[in-house]
Design a protein around this ligand. Structure first.
Ligand SMILES: [Zn+2]
Length: 368
């Protein structure tokens, strides 16, 4: 399908690149200063979202703040350095730390009722690429209001491998790759066993600091995690995994055919036992099978062939290239706010800001 949706915003330019370096506190401060307007904008968007859904969630911003604070001690105990990063972001942006904590715990404090993140991720290793490179692709589907807050973070931490990652607003970066050859994409899943614990965003930020695949998986399964994502994990050696996580369970799915895909439902039968309302999760199944089929149709992939999959419009508007459905339930609004292909072998990230069907990709390099 080549249909071009009429109301889609085109972003001709690359998203802002923010270079940060040093201690976690210092990196946070640099990020906060560089993208202060975006951070304040994303906090305002979140406040409007909470206000607009009061009739269902019966939660106001003060209530959300009280809820979010319950998650802080767990994050602090295990990942104090990332709480430091968040404090730095608040300081640099002149924002309230409590507000950032709500953003970070948003999925948890809204009890996943908002079905906030959608996303489609897939990867191929050297067995399935024309040039032998390992390629990892992700469409980030999120609230359209935050599309203008997208940026790319190039980080050189004192105590971790340098990384290149995408984020928006005041969230810690988590989708990207590092100089140890670890790449991660996160896809929301809907476990029925969430608890108060370490927020998912903090857990996935920790993965970007990993030096080996086992190290990365250990973070994904950290004790006292609040819930879980699917983490699509790729290593520069060509090892590919989907690690499906809930608060108390996990499954590791390996990319035997040299390719993996994931969307927003559990694939592993044991994980399906803790899936909340599986019969509501329909679009994600359609996107999953569509992505798998398109991956299998091409024997030797390239960055371009993966980008073509990211622009796919089958099952529009809830397609892989996802478009806001104005008619849809306010709890189910989403669009692709950026589209990424990471080349783990050449350490580059190709990113389109906004829907990849109308906006061009731009290339960033990890200097390490
Ligand atoms: Zn599109």
């Amino acid at each position: 399908m080549t249909l071009t949706p009429p109301k889609t915003t085109v972003f001709p330019n690359p998203p802002p690149l923010v270079r940060i370096k040093g201690s976690h506190r210092a990196m946070g401060q640099q990020m906060g200063e560089a993208i202060a307007p975006q951070i304040h904008h994303s906090i305002e968007n979140a406040k409007q979202l909470i206000d607009g859904t009061y009739s269902v969630l019966e939660l106001d911003w003060d209530g959300a703040t009280i809820q979010a604070r319950k998650y802080l001690p767990f994050a602090q105990e295990r990942y104090a350095k990332y709480v430091d990063e968040m404090m730095g972001i608040a300081e640099g942006a002149g924002a309230d730390f409590d507000d950032l904590m709500v953003l970070t715990s948003m999925e948890a404090v809204t009890m996943d009722a908002l079905h906030l993140t959608k996303c489609t991720s897939f990867a191929v290793n050297g067995d399935r690429t024309a040039d032998g490179h390992v390629l990892v692709a992700h469409n980030e589907d999120w609230l359209p209001e935050d599309e203008s807050d997208v940026c790319v973070i190039h980080a050189t931490p004192d105590d971790e491998p340098p990384f290149l990652a995408m984020t928006y607003g005041g969230l810690l970066p988590n989708i990207g790759f590092n100089a140890a050859g670890i790449a991660q994409c996160c896809d929301s899943v809907y476990p029925s066993d969430p608890r108060i614990g370490i927020p998912r965003v903090v857990v996935s930020r920790a993965v970007l600091g990993a030096r080996t695949p086992a190290d990365a998986i250990r973070h994904m399964l950290v004790t006292h995690r609040a819930a879980g994502y699917n983490h699509l994990l790729a290593h520069e050696s060509g090892e590919l995994y989907n690690v499906e996580v809930s608060a108390r369970r996990f499954a590791i799915l390996y990319g035997h055919e040299g390719c993996v895909a994931h969307t927003n439902h559990y694939i592993d039968p044991a994980m399906q036992l803790v899936e909340s309302e599986p019969d509501e999760l329909i679009h994600t199944r359609v996107r999953y099978f569509r992505a798998l089929r398109l991956l299998q149709q091409t024997e030797q992939h390239t960055v371009k062939s993966l980008q073509a999959i990211q622009r796919d419009h089958v099952n529009f508007p809830s397609s892989i290239c996802n478009h806001t459905d104005e008619e849809s339930d306010p709890f189910d609004r989403e669009k692709t706010i950026n589209s990424i292909v990471m080349d783990l072998t050449s350490r580059t990230m190709h990113i389109s800001w906004g829907n990849p069907c109308v906006s061009p990709y731009h290339t960033f390099h990890l200097d390490a």
